[in-house]
Design a protein around this ligand. Structure first.
Ligand code: GDP
Ligand code: MG
Length: 370
C-alpha cells in the first residue's frame, strides 16, 4: 500500500518535520519523522498545510503533492466560522436562533430560514459570520475524528445562574485541542440575582481568564431570551476574526468539508458543505469522501438557489452519487475521470480497512479456539 515517511512528506511541502508531526498528532496520529503514514493521512496533512493534492493512482504518491497555489496577494479576508458550545440547557439553541434572527439578509429574503447545519449572518454594521448549527459537541468530535477542522473559534455559552458545569469544561477542552480561541457568552443575564463574579472565577479555575480579570478572553453578557447584547457578541466575534486575520483565495477551485448530509426523497443525496477555500460553482465536478458528482444545484442557508459559494459559505450541494459522511473533504476537480479515480481509490481504501478489520477479528477468534 502507498505510504510516505513523515520526513519525506515534510520535505515535499517545504515544512518543518516537527510541524508535520504536530499536525498528525492533532489528527490523532502518533508518528515520528522516520515512520510512515498512509496516503489518505498524508493528503489530509497536505491540505492542512494549504497544499493541493494530486494523487492519480496508488503508486503515484511519489509525484503526488503540488506546491501551494495560493499567492499571498490572492488571499482575501473571509468570514469567521463559529461553533457554539456549552452545557446542556445553558441556551446554545436559543442563542443560535436569536443570532439567526439578527441577520439582515434573512429579513430581506422574507424570514425564510431552513436548517442545513450551518448558517451565515450578515451583521447589521457590516461583515458576515458563519455559525455551525449542528448539535455542538458530537459534530465537533465526529469531524475532528476525521481530521477535519472547520471552526475558527468557539463561543462558550455559560448560563449566569448555573455557572461552569461538566460540558462547559468539555467544551473548553475541545477548543484547546483544536487550538481555536474562545469567546465567553454569559447567558440568561435577564434572570434575577445572577452572580457574574462567580462565573468568572469558575472559568478562571479552568484557566479561562476573561478581560475584566486581566485576561484576553472576551466576555459578553447576553440574554438569548430577550435578545440582549447580541450585537455586542457579533462585534466580539468580528474582532476576534480580525485578530486571527482569516483569509482565503476565492479565485481557486472550491474545497470544503461536509457538515451534514442526508438522502432527500425528491432531491437525492444532499450534503451541506462549508466552503473553506476557493469557490464552489454549479456545474463543478466534485469529490466528497468517496462520492462524486457534477454539482446540479447549490442552495444557500436561506433556501435560495445559488450559482456560487465562496470561502466560509455554508451551502447545500446537490448532484452527488451518494451521501458522504460528516467531516468528509469536498474537492472540486478538473474532470469526471479524475473524480471517478479519486472516488474509486477512496472506496478501495475503505474496503481494505474493512477487510483488515475482519481478518484481525478472525485472528482473535482462532486464537480463542486454539
Ligand atoms: P441548550 O440545551 O444549551 O441548547 O439550551 P436551550 O437553548 O434549549 O435553552 C434551555 C432553556 O433555557 C430553555 O427553557 C430556554 O428558554 C432557556 N433560556 C435560554 N436562554 C435564556 C435566556 O437568555 N434567559 C432565560 N431566562 N432563559 C433562557
Ligand atoms: Mg440545544
Amino acid at each position: 500500500p502507498e505510504t510516505i515517511t513523515v520526513q519525506e512528506l515534510a520535505n515535499r511541502m517545504a515544512a518543518r518535520g516537527g510541524e508535520v508531526v504536530k499536525a498528525l498528532f492533532r489528527m490523532g496520529v502518533m508518528a515520528t519523522l522516520t515512520q510512515s503514514v498512509d496516503a489518505d493521512t498524508a493528503e489530509l496533512v497536505a491540505q492542512e498545510f494549504g497544499h493541493r493534492v494530486k494523487r492519480v493512482a496508488e503508486d503515484d504518491i511519489e509525484t503526488g503533492l503540488e506546491g501551494a497555489v495560493d499567492e499571498e496577494g490572492e488571499m482575501l479576508p473571509r468570514p469567521p466560522v463559529v461553533t457554539i458550545m456549552g452545557h446542556v440547557d445553558h441556551g446554545k439553541t436559543s442563542l443560535l436562533d436569536a443570532l439567526r434572527k439578527t441577520d439582515v439578509a434573512a429579513r430581506e429574503a422574507g424570514g425564510i430560514t431552513q436548517h442545513i447545519g450551518a448558517y451565515q449572518v450578515e451583521v447589521p454594521g457590516g461583515g458576515k459570520v458563519t455559525f455551525i448549527d449542528t448539535p455542538g459537541h458530537e459534530a465537533f468530535t465526529a469531524m475532528r475524528a476525521r481530521g477535519a477542522s472547520v471552526t475558527d473559534m468557539v463561543v462558550l455559552v455559560v448560563a449566569a445562574d448555573d455557572g461552569v458545569m461538566p460540558q462547559t469544561i468539555e467544551a473548553i477542552k475541545h477548543a484547546r485541542a483544536a487550538e481555536v480561541p474562545l469567546i465567553v457568552a454569559v447567558n440568561k443575564i435577564d434572570k434575577q440575582g445572577v452572580n457574574l463574579d462567580r462565573v468568572r472565577n469558575e472559568l478562571l479555575q479552568h484557566e479561562i481568564v476573561v478581560e475584566s480579570l486581566g485576561g484576553d478572553v472576551q466576555e459578553i453578557q447576553v440574554s438569548a431570551l430577550k435578545g440582549t447584547n447580541l450585537d455586542k457578541l457579533l462585534e466580539a466575534i468580528l474582532l476576534q476574526a480580525e485578530i486571527l486575520d482569516l483569509r482565503a483565495n476565492p479565485a481557486r477551485a472550491g474545497e470544503g468539508t461536509v457538515i451534514e448530509s442526508k438522502l432527500d426523497r425528491g432531491r437525492g443525496p444532499v450534503a451541506t458543505v462549508l466552503v473553506q477555500k476557493g469557490t464552489l460553482s454549479t456545474g463543478d465536478i466534485v469529490v466528497a469522501g468517496s462520492e462524486w458528482g457534477r454539482v446540479r444545484a447549490l442552495v444557500d442557508d436561506k433556501g435560495r438557489p445559488a450559482k456560487v459559494a465562496g470561502p466560509s459559505a455554508p451551502v447545500e450541494v446537490l448532484g452527488l452519487s451518494g451521501v458522504p459522511g460528516a467531516g468528509e473533504t469536498v474537492l472540486a476537480v478538473e474532470s469526471e475521470a479524475r473524480a471517478r479515480e479519486v472516488s474509486e481509490f477512496r472506496q478501495r481504501k475503505a474496503r481494505e480497512k474493512t477487510a483488515a478489520a475482519i481478518s484481525a477479528g478472525r485472528g482473535t477468534l482462532s486464537d480463542m479456539l486454539a
